[in-house]
Design a protein around this ligand. Structure first.
Ligand SMILES: Nc1ncnc2c1ncn2[C@@H]1O[C@H](COP(=O)(O)OP(=O)(O)OP(=O)(O)O)[C@@H](O)[C@H]1O
Ligand SMILES: [Mg+2]
Length: 507
């Protein structure tokens, strides 16, 4: 047997060579990022830099969206610090509450969304500095442009509308991939509205604790460079996924504790009140999709439910159940975040750990899940006992229709009830409404429309008035003909409502 056929423990080497990564490596970075998650990474950096304010600005030129800025008033960077910042995997000392960890965030976030990133910064006692990286596959090697100091200085001294005491950082993206390649005002407006809403929802959610602690204020706006105008600002408000006003069940939230070696892991188990209309419950895509585990690291939310990670499985009946878990200090084998910080990967032991968790009174995870399911089922039962009604149709705001549908079983084979304002003829000048049973329309007297004083204009206005009338009058549309009692009721409502309207009109 020759030497090479025997397994050797040590691999012999003849020295080392340096192999800098190719530029194309930038291409593969942050593939799981969306615009909101990428911006979250930049805002994380601003928070780590101690910024109190962050501004996210869209830049529009000749009608087209051209770039994006993230500006903060944090401590900024020196010449050497900015070099580390632009380095893939660039390392620094991390403090206990720092959100940074991999040294890739800035680069991955930027190159997943834009062709070039420019960073301009100023720290106390140093001149402004600037660097620029471009993901150009034709360029060779891993070079970084040094931005002219005059430009860095000029950009940093623009009025960004955030409190400024001389230090801060600007991250500028050029040629953002997701921006519409058009100057059609309608499409650009639509894109801005949609993106801003997504960004506000995402940042408000994942940073809700940090925003509520008053550590950071985030604003968004759009600058039109041709006109030199900046549009109105939108603010990111916190969206607390545990922000119900009253618990869904007495005794909750309840902390279940599990031990993992020397570590104690807390599962903070919540039950939302059923059918809440709070955005904190619905989280855009609906509560059912947001049941499960909410992982936090250093007060930043990494995963907003959507999975039970082996502890249970998602089900309609579990939609009221949400559990907070802080992963600080947990070994990566148990729970580790992905580089985009948008998900937590749990190890095989995690589910076992959760199953062993218990409260002081012995409540285990299964008991909690049963409580959450029962709460949900009980709320359905009460609803099922309600009499089915003819659905609301045109004239009702979509949100109102949804609320009615959530509460009342619907006779969906029936033609819906329409509510329409219309001019009444002389003879019926003072009537408040008219029932058109044949077409299933409740006609409302246009004359009294101003009294409805609704924030919303157009056909779907006056939600309050219409919902009261719907609940009152739905019966008037059922059955073949109106009974004596129904007719009398309609007369009664007519009389009272038209008098009420006249009283209001005279004031
Ligand atoms: N807005 C900023 N203000 C000051 N320093 C910054 C800013 N953005 C980035 N840096 C510096 O650049 C470094 C690299 O940022 P990057 O986001 O790439 O990695 P990280 O934050 O260290 O780790 P992670 O990959 O987890 O985000 C940071 O550690 C920080 O020192
Ligand atoms: Mg970072």
């Amino acid at each position: 047997m020759t030497l090479s056929q025997v397994w050797q423990e040590q691999v012999p080497v003849d020295g080392t060579i340096e192999l800098p990564p190719d530029r194309r490596a930038l291409d593969g970075l942050g593939r799981n990022h969306s615009l909101p998650t990428a911006l979250a990474d930049l805002v994380d950096n601003s928070i780590d830099a101690g910024a109190s304010h962050v501004l996210i600005r869209f830049v529009r030129k000749h009608g087209r969206l051209r770039g994006l800025y993230v500006v903060d008033n944090g401590k900024g960077m020196s010449d050497s610090a900015i070099n580390v910042a632009m380095t893939l995997g660039g390392r620094r000392e991390y403090a206990a509450k720092d959100l940074g960890s991999f040294g890739v965030g800035l680069k991955a976030a930027s190159f997943s969304n834009a062709k070039a990133v420019t960073v301009l910064s100023r720290t106390a006692g140093h001149a402004p500095v600037g660097r620029r990286l471009e993901a150009d596959p034709n360029k060779r090697g891993f070079h970084c442009d040094v931005v002219a100091e005059t430009f860095a200085k000029a950009e940093l001294s623009r009025r960004w509308g955030i409190p400024w005491s001389g230090t801060g950082t600007i991250v500028r993206w050029d040629e953002v991939f997701g921006f519409p390649a058009t100057n059609d005002p309608a499409r650009v407006e639509e894109f801005i509205t949609r993106s801003m809403t997504e960004i506000i929802n995402h940042l408000g959610l994942i940073l809700h604790r940090i925003i509520d602690q008053g550590r950071i204020a985030i604003a968004l706006d759009v600058e039109d460079v041709d006109q030199g105008l900046v549009g109105p600002r939108s603010r990111v408000d916190s969206i607390d996924p545990f922000g119900y006003t009253k618990t869904g069940k007495a005794g909750y939230p309840r902390n279940l504790l599990a031990r993992h070696g020397d570590l104690s892991v807390v599962f903070s188990c919540h039950i939302w009140p059923p059918r809440s209309r709070m955005p904190e419950f619905n989280l855009v895509t609906g509560a059912e999709k947001h049941q499960g585990l909410y992982f936090y690291r250093r007060d930043r939310l990494l995963q907003a439910g959507g999975s039970w990670d082996g502890v249970s499985v998602s089900a309609r009946e579990r939609q009221l159940a949400r559990v907070e878990v802080d992963i600080d200090g947990l070994p990566p084998a148990l729970a580790a975040m992905n580089p985009e910080k948008s998900r937590v990967q749990v190890g095989p032991d995690f589910a076992t750990l959760a199953a062993s968790a218990a409260a002081d009174d012995g409540t285990a995870f299964v008991d909690y899940l049963t409580d959450a399911e029962e709460r949900f089922k009980a709320s359905r039962k009460r609803r099922r006992a309600r009499k089915a009604m003819i659905p609301p149709g045109r004239g009702f705001a979509p949100q109102l229709k949804r609320a009615i549908r959530d509460e009342i079983p619907m006779q969906d084979h029936q033609v819906p009830i329409t509510m329409r304002w219309t001019r009444f003829d002389r003879a019926h000048r003072d009537d408040f409404f008219r029932v058109d049973r044949a077409d299933r329309v409740l006609l409302l007297n246009e004359r009294f429309r101003p009294l409805a004083k609704s924030g919303r204009r157009g056909a779907n206005d006056a939600a309050l008035l219409k919902s009261v009338l719907y609940l009152l009058m739905e019966q008037a549309f059922t059955g073949e003909y109106l009974g004596v009692r129904d007719r009398d009721n309609i007369d009664l409502w007519q009389e009272v409502l038209s008098t009420a309207a006249k009283v209001d009109a005279s004031e």
